[in-house]
Design a protein around this ligand. Structure first.
Ligand SMILES: Nc1ncnc2c1ncn2[C@@H]1O[C@H](COP(=O)(O)OP(=O)(O)OP(=O)(O)O)[C@@H](O)[C@H]1O
Length: 233
């Protein structure tokens, strides 16, 4: 069962402050992702992996093409969808996990992790249990849970962010180098979370520069087209 269909997606950045230079990054990119499958975006630095992933989360607006998302049992094109639908998709259907935490002053790590699940109306007890379980699995020491993550180390913030990304069982997960600067033990914990998400049927799209992590999670690679091929269009 497909959860995500990308059709003929194109994106050219226009650098208005640099003589209007045009940078074609995506040209007719197409991709389908099934439930339970992990597709890893693969290509050299600058080939557009982040641009494609950000477009899937509707952070970037493509110039043309469609991104069909299975949302509440119906297909929704998030390229065309109004902002309120995009917000609903982000709340219920697509999770985004990157290596960077957007720190909110004075909000504790436990609250930061629980928030997306609380927003879905799940009871506080259940949210707290799940957040505690995730923080434990990701080796965030319990003495930190009630502190705001602004003073945490980079790796601790990264793991809080990953716990937040996995608190909701999203049908689609977008992973932007979630293991980038983690040690082997914590990378293995993240790999386990990804494999569990696949096992419950999540469709996963990710960027992983670490080859060993990529080999453990990827069902297949999506090769980004070369710039030369893009310019032929
Ligand atoms: N917001 C932006 N404005 C202008 N150009 C951009 C923007 N974002 C990305 N680009 C350009 O688009 C191209 C693709 O960048 P992107 O970050 O998608 O590549 P990537 O494959 O993820 O690279 P890396 O592996 O190095 O992270 C680059 O040439 C980059 O300079």
């Amino acid at each position: 069962m497909y959860r995500l269909r990308v059709e003929n997606l194109s994106k050219t950045f226009v650098l208005h402050h640099q003589h209007g230079i045009r940078l074609p990054v995506l040209a007719n990119a197409s991709l389908e992702v099934e439930s339970g499958e992990c597709v890893v975006l693969h290509g050299h630095s600058g080939s557009g992996k982040s641009t494609l992933l950000r477009s899937l989360y509707a952070n970037y607006l493509p110039d043309q093409g469609h991104i069909w998302v299975k949302h509440n049992d119906a297909w929704l094109d998030i390229v065309q969808a109004p902002a309120r639908d995009v917000l609903a998709v982000r709340r219920q259907t697509i999770g985004w996990v990157s290596q960077f935490l957007r720190v909110i002053p004075r909000i504790s790590a436990l609250e930061v992790v629980m928030q997306p699940l609380l927003d879905l109306g799940v009871s506080r007890d259940v949210c707290e249990d799940k957040a505690s379980m995730l923080l434990t699995r990701l080796n965030v020491p319990e003495r930190l849970w009630n502190l705001a993550p602004s003073t945490f180390s980079g790796g601790e913030q990264q793991r809080v962010n990953i716990a937040r990304g996995f608190i909701v069982d999203y049908p689609i997960l977008l992973l932007d180098e979630p293991t980038a600067s983690l040690d082997a033990k914590n990378s293995a914990a993240v790999v386990d979370l990804i494999l569990e998400a696949k096992a419950r049927g999540a469709a996963v799209v990710g960027i992983f520069h670490d080859e060993s992590v990529r080999n453990l999670v990827a069902d297949r690679l999506h090769n980004m087209a070369t710039v030369e091929a893009k310019n032929d269009h």
